[in-house]
Design a protein around this ligand. Structure first.
Ligand code: DC
Length: 234
């Protein structure tokens, strides 16, 4: 019987993490967890409630928020204290503040704890910035997705268009570069390629290619696992 694995997918904004992770989860019958949506939900609540941008206030806010990620036929629904915030957490104001909120250790501690609970029994695909390095450093499969900045900008603009929003290319480029910098240079859990992760450059890949590469890694792991368990049970 195959083991229910933990699959960690990290990388910068626009590298293709969420679509890839969702499809890998669908294919394997695993749960998909978008941890960026959790940081976005905290940011959305902080902005709405005018919470001061400090560790104590944001930590206390995070502790009292009920954040649910619910799979639906057309993607994941994000529910914050009973309210559907799926669209609101993708708005420009949240996007331009989320990296600042994500630097605070008390916010990270509270969310990492929840993420670990959600992945406790395996059978999960989790995407973010620190999944393979901090949340699940012992994940069986770790993937680090990267892509050229131009391609990442193009994808973000296209994604917004599909939601009916028009974005200025240079503004998006500026935000992506700034977010990369904040996410990679913060003190707590910066965006890094986790030890043991397989790097996939998605600049010229289709989503189907990316999904395929990850499924191959899963397959290879399961084969090795079944050989090892056959020997240890012998
Ligand atoms: O994946 P995304 O663009 O929705 O993520 C939004 C922000 O959340 C990202 O700029 C940094 C933060 N984040 C994080 O710090 N750690 C994670 N595991 C996931 C996201």
């Amino acid at each position: 019987m195959s083991q229910r694995l933990t699959i960690a997918i990290d990388g910068p904004a626009g590298a293709g993490k969420s679509t890839t992770a969702r499809k890998v989860a669908e294919h394997l019958g695993y749960v998909y967890i978008d941890t960026g949506a959790m940081y976005r939900a905290v940011t959305f609540a902080a902005l709405r409630e005018h919470v001061p941008m400090d560790d104590a206030a944001l930590g206390a806010l995070t502790e009292r928020l009920d954040i649910r990620l619910e799979p639906t036929a057309d993607g994941q629904r994000v529910v914050l204290n009973g309210e559907d915030v799926t669209r609101s957490i993708r708005e420009a104001e949240v996007t331009s503040n989320v990296s600042q909120v994500s630097v605070f250790p008390s916010v990270r501690r509270a969310l990492v704890q929840r993420q670990r609970m959600l992945g406790l029994n395996g059978g999960v695909v989790m995407d973010g910035r620190d999944i393979g390095s901090v949340v699940f450093p012992h994940a069986e499969i770790k993937v680090f997705l990267v892509a050229d900045v131009d391609e990442r900008v193009r994808r973000r603009v296209l994604e917004a268009e599909q939601r009916g929003e028009r974005l200025d290319v240079e503004t998006v480029r500026g935000h992506i570069i700034e977010r990369d910098k904040l996410d990679s240079e913060r003190e707590v859990s910066p965006l890094v390629k986790p030890e043991g992760a397989t790097e996939i450059d998605t600049t010229h890949c289709t989503i189907a290619d990316q999904v395929q590469r990850i499924l191959e890694l899963v397959d290879a792991y399961q084969k090795t696992y079944s050989i090892v368990s056959a020997f240890t049970n012998f």
